[in-house]
Design a protein around this ligand. Structure first.
Ligand code: MN
Ligand code: MN
Length: 295
């Protein structure tokens, strides 16, 4: 990897780590989820970095892809298990990190197992290791402790302006046998649960990404497209544009872009049997004989 690229990954990772640690004090009973997400995003921007994706705030069985709408009034409650996922980029070089907090103390063991499992996998990352081995190790560790990994969510490679690029890092045993290579940048993210171990899509969605720039009719749809086009494929949320585009027209603009397949939609994912989910994530760079954790 070129030195300039490496420096940008490191800088993005440092900011992601700082904002993650700073954000822990925001996650408490009665905090508005919208305030948590917006505070995290403002902090990243304050540090002169870009948002690799909208900050997500996932509670209990909600597993991924939930970011509040601009008028979301939901608050965190005592007893909630809250996962925060945030992404920072510098010139498209991405650091992706997540953590979970237990506001009731009833799921401490699950969070502990999840964090240890992430640490174990990160410790194994080096050139030549197969993703099959990583998936099996994680699965064995988590199931032995009495929990289940989410089988249909994986870690992933990141590339410039591309959040989910290249190979996947499974959290279960898999038939494929891809090997890690030097200079791969990997987001390692086991999700674990006391439920079934699988996520399903809900009807709610607030995260999208640009698929294919095409002409659109509605003026607000055109405005939205113009706002998001320089993000490339990086995800965005309609909430970011609710001050520029009338909030009444915004959902219609999103609908038109969806219908014309200009954007793709990431529906909110929740645990199939409403199990409580925990999630920890770090981004690492595969080095010659191991890895460098950047978050
Ligand atoms: Mn993430
Ligand atoms: Mn990720």
């Amino acid at each position: 990897m070129e030195e300039s690229e490496l420096e940008k990954y490191r800088a993005a990772g440092k900011i992601a780590c700082e904002v993650r640690e700073w954000s822990r004090s925001l996650v408490k009973p009665n905090a508005r989820m919208l305030d948590v997400a917006e505070s995290i995003e403002s902090k990243i921007l304050e540090k002169k970095a870009g948002l690799a994706f909208p900050a997500t705030v996932c509670v209990n069985d909600v597993t991924a892809h939930y970011t509040p709408k601009y008028n979301d009034e939901a608050v965190l409650r005592n007893g909630d298990v809250v996962s925060i996922d945030l992404g920072v980029h510098i010139d498209g070089f991405i650091a992706d990190t997540a953590y979970t907090m237990d506001l009731g103390g009833r799921h401490a063991r699950m969070l502990e197992v999840n964090e240890q499992a992430l640490g174990k996998i990160v410790g194994m990352i080096k050139p030549g290791v197969s993703v099959k081995e990583l998936g099996s190790t994680l699965y064995n560790m988590v199931t032995k402790a009495g929990f289940k990994p989410i089988e249909n969510l994986t870690g992933h490679e990141v590339k410039q302006y591309d959040l989910h690029a290249g190979i996947s890092i499974p959290n279960i045993p898999v038939p494929y046998d891809w090997k890690l290579k030097e200079d791969m940048v990997l987001a390692i993210e086991p999700f674990i649960t006391d439920g079934y171990g699988r996520v399903v899509e809900s009807k709610h969605a607030s995260i999208y990404s640009l698929l294919d720039k095409k002409p659109v009719r509605m003026p607000e749809a055109r405005m939205l497209l113009k706002e998001v086009e320089d993000r490339g494929k990086l995800p965005f949320t309609d909430r970011w544009y609710a001050k520029k585009i009338s909030p009444v027209k915004l959902p219609l603009a999103v609908q038109e872009l969806q219908a014309r397949k200009v954007i793709r939609t990431y529906p909110t994912l929740h645990e199939k049997e409403k199990g409580v989910v925990s999630h920890f994530e770090h981004t690492v760079i595969v080095t010659k004989d191991g890895n460098e954790l950047i978050t």
